[in-house]
Design a protein around this ligand. Structure first.
Ligand SMILES: Cc1cc2nc3c(=O)[nH]c(=O)nc-3n(C[C@H](O)[C@H](O)[C@H](O)COP(=O)(O)OP(=O)(O)OC[C@H]3O[C@@H](n4cnc5c(N)ncnc54)[C@H](O)[C@@H]3O)c2cc1C
Length: 245
């Protein structure tokens, strides 16, 4: 019989410390140092107690699927290292609906848009106006923007659907299509990052012609509502359903 609880095991110099995910959320942290090997039967093994691994364990537990999360580093190390700052709307919505979003809502700051400055002028791009109320949330240590965690969250959502279909109905089709679905989102994030980088950065070797073209791009993206909407849509996050199309 599989153990339906979720355990997180952290390594340290003395051996392994384990924490029950459910207990962790109530604030009752009581890690147990284990001196000898234990055998736990479960349904899903997860490597890494970082955003993806912990969220996957949490979502699976809500579906009644047990898991064990194995982590190479100590809990203290994980809680103190620098991680994501900018969260897309879909990530915020998923964390809120799934439960662990309470602290994010308390401590995060909602950013309504960005300001592009060039040729001595600022141009505001207002996300909620363009995207029907959607915005980005800045949470945690810093305000650099990246897409890694929001991609990880989308993949965890897809994987949870696949594992649930497998354990509930023996249907492996969603698991078989997991990589293809995730890669669609990954390549769109790559495209957006490339576009933003070429638009906002000066590159060694750029000619005056390149510079004029770059200013024209910035002019367009701050003057055309359609172009602003494209930028806003990618910043607040493409809908999860975009992976299916
Ligand atoms: C400075 C910085 C700023 C960032 N800003 C943003 C942002 O604004 N927005 C955004 O969306 N993303 C951002 N990211 C990216 C985001 O933090 C990562 O994409 C996210 O942490 C990925 O989560 P993950 O759980 O997939 O992997 P990771 O966070 O890399 O965690 C993997 C875990 O697995 C463990 N592990 C690995 N191998 C093993 C093993 N063999 N056995 C046991 N454990 C193992 C590791 O110790 C680690 O804890 C930022 C990253 C950095 C560093």
């Amino acid at each position: 019989m599989a153990d339906k609880r979720t355990h997180v095991r952290y390594s340290n110099k003395r051996g392994l410390a384990s924490t029950d995910v459910g207990r962790e959320e109530t604030g009752e942290t009581a890690p147990v140092i284990e001196s000898s090997m234990t055998i736990t039967r479960t349904e899903v093994g997860i490597v890494g107690a970082a955003p993806a691994g912990l969220l996957l364990a949490h979502l699976l537990a809500r579906e009644g699927i047990g898991s064990v999360v194995l982590e190479d580093k100590t809990r203290e190390h994980l809680e103190n290292r620098v991680r994501a700052g900018v969260l897309e709307q879909g990530t915020v919505d998923l964390l809120t609906a799934a439960g662990p979003g309470e602290r994010m809502k308390r401590e995060g700051r909602v950013h309504q848009g960005i300001e592009n400055r060039f040729d001595g002028q600022g141009h505001h791009i207002d996300f909620p106006t363009l995207m029907g109320g959607k915005a980005i949330t800045v949470h945690g240590q810093q305000e650099t923007g990246a897409k890694g965690m929001t991609l990880a969250v989308a993949h965890v959502r897809t994987l949870t659907e696949g594992l649930t279909a497998w354990y509930r109905r023996g249907d492996a089709s969603l698991l078989a299509g997991y990589s293809a679905r995730c890669l669609k989102r990954i390549w769109k994030a790559q495209r957006f990052s490339w576009w933003m980088t070429t638009m906002l950065h000066l590159h060694p070797g750029d000619t005056p012609f390149d510079r004029r073209r770059q200013i024209a791009e910035l002019d367009h993206v701050t003057a055309s509502r359609a172009a602003m909407t494209t930028l806003a849509e990618n910043c607040v996050g493409l809908p999860f359903e975009a992976e299916n199309g």
